[in-house]
Design a protein around this ligand. Structure first.
Ligand SMILES: C/C(=C\COP(=O)(O)OP(=O)(O)O)CO
Ligand code: SF4
Length: 397
């Protein structure tokens, strides 16, 4: 499929919308009421600090809703305003925040049902409105919805589309796209659908494995087994790793994406010589600013004297998980929670330790004077942060 030509055609169609519908004022009011917080605004203005009783809260200097999330959620709200009686669907969670998705359900936006990892689009009829989330959607899904005659409202963050352009460039030059991301993540599913030949690496260890294969060869079957769900159809490591371009899921750990890029660059330089590097390696910076800013702020926060850190965001939120990784790396006790309800009576918290299932911790707030670091991922509204800060104060009072 010529994905570029399809995208161009889709964008010209009357059924395709990627800007709002002129209801900004009403929507801003609704969103402010649901998601903004005066307390958090005060904290920002007070050097990101607030003390009450024997608890001091230290907020990261960049946290919470990013521009792309605000834009996508606002577009979904506008869609409801603009099509008050039409059936409206969304192909996935709009962003990885349970509260925001619940709010869309309350607005009668239907989520495409999923059975055994397969989406059931049979529920969608011609003329229905379908929202594509901030992560985007695969080109096959877009085609299917377009063929059905749906009205498509595309809220894909432009930073994500920028990565799609990058993999299109790789494809044009017949480079294999090395995508730093999680193969099951909606954004990476969408990005890989625009790529030609691709390999998805989760982390530096997987990148190292692929680079070792490039330099020394290895067990082809083992390679294909390892990346069975993370490469393009018919991928052949002996044929498809001679020229590579780097791309990434926008919310991966910035430092890791950079290391992976450097690793492939050095590998290609070693294999083909510095003068031939351009023919075998391409890299554009596609790390999004919001991800970078939140990670940089977290790196600043963990340098402060803290007793513990609360990281707020959906459990399936990649950027939030990476913020927690920074706390874990620094050996600071950290609690990843997705909503204020996770703070339970009697000094207990229901939280998700990194790479482990949700569990309950007892006596999580130490006695006496404490300093609690707080940050939140790009899909977390300030309102949720406010309620969590208030719950912490209440537990210690
Ligand atoms: C929509 C989006 C980022 C917003 O945060 P999310 O937490 O929704 O997503 P992610 O960190 O990628 O799992 C894609 O870049
Ligand atoms: S984290 Fe970046 S890419 Fe993702 S929605 Fe926000 S601004 Fe867009």
């Amino acid at each position: 499929m010529d994905t570029k030509a399809f995208s161009r055609r889709l964008k010209q169609s009357d059924n395709y919308h990627r800007r709002g519908f002129g209801h900004q004022e009403e929507v801003t009011e609704l969103m402010n009421a649901a998601y903004q917080s005066q307390l958090i605004q005060q904290l920002r203005e007070n050097n990101y600090t607030l003390t009450q009783g024997n608890v001091t809260i230290r907020l990261a200097e960049s946290f919470g809703f990013c521009w792309g999330v605000e834009r996508a959620v606002a577009m979904a709200y506008e869609t409801r305003e603009h099509f008050p009686t039409e059936r409206i669907w969304i192909t996935n969670e709009i962003i990885h925040n349970p509260g925001v998705n619940d709010r869309l359900r309350q607005m009668d936006v239907g989520f495409i049902p999923v059975e055994q990892e397969q989406k059931d689009f049979s529920v969608v009829d011609s003329g229905d409105v379908v929202i594509l989330p901030a992560f985007g959607a695969s080109v096959q899904e877009m085609q299917l919805l377009n063929d059905k005659g749906c009205k498509i409202v595309d809220t894909t963050c432009p930073w994500v589309s920028k990565v799609w352009n990058t993999v299109e460039k790789h494809k044009k030059k017949q480079y294999t796209s090395i995508i730093h991301g999680k193969y099951k993540h909606e954004e990476t599913v969408a990005t890989s659908s625009f790529a030609g030949t691709y390999l998805i690496v989760l982390n530096l260890a997987e990148a190292q494995y692929a680079c070792d294969y490039i330099l020394q060869g290895g067990d082809r079957d083992e390679f294909l087994e390892k990346f069975s769900r993370a490469c393009s159809q018919g991928f052949d490591p002996d044929r498809d790793l001679t020229a590579v371009g780097i791309a990434n899921q926008t919310t991966m750990l910035k430092s890791e994406t950079e290391q992976i890029g450097k690793l492939f660059e050095h590998t290609m330089m070693k294999k083909y010589g510095p003068d031939k590097l351009q023919e075998h390696f391409h890299s554009f910076n596609t790390i999004c600013d919001a991800t970078q800013e939140r990670q940089d702020a977290m790196l600043g926060l963990v340098e402060e004297p803290l007793d513990l850190i609360v990281v707020i965001g959906g459990f399936n939120s990649s950027n939030t998980t990476h913020l927690q990784e920074i706390a874990v790396e620094k050996n600071i006790p950290s609690y990843h929670i997705d909503s204020p309800e996770r703070i339970l009576p009697n000094n207990r918290i229901e939280h998700k330790p990194l790479h482990n299932p949700v569990e309950i911790a007892e006596n999580w707030l130490p006695e006496g004077q404490i300093v609690v670091g707080v940050t939140s991922g790009a899909s977390t509204p300030d309102k949720a942060v406010e309620e969590i800060v208030q719950n912490i104060f209440a537990q210690k009072s």
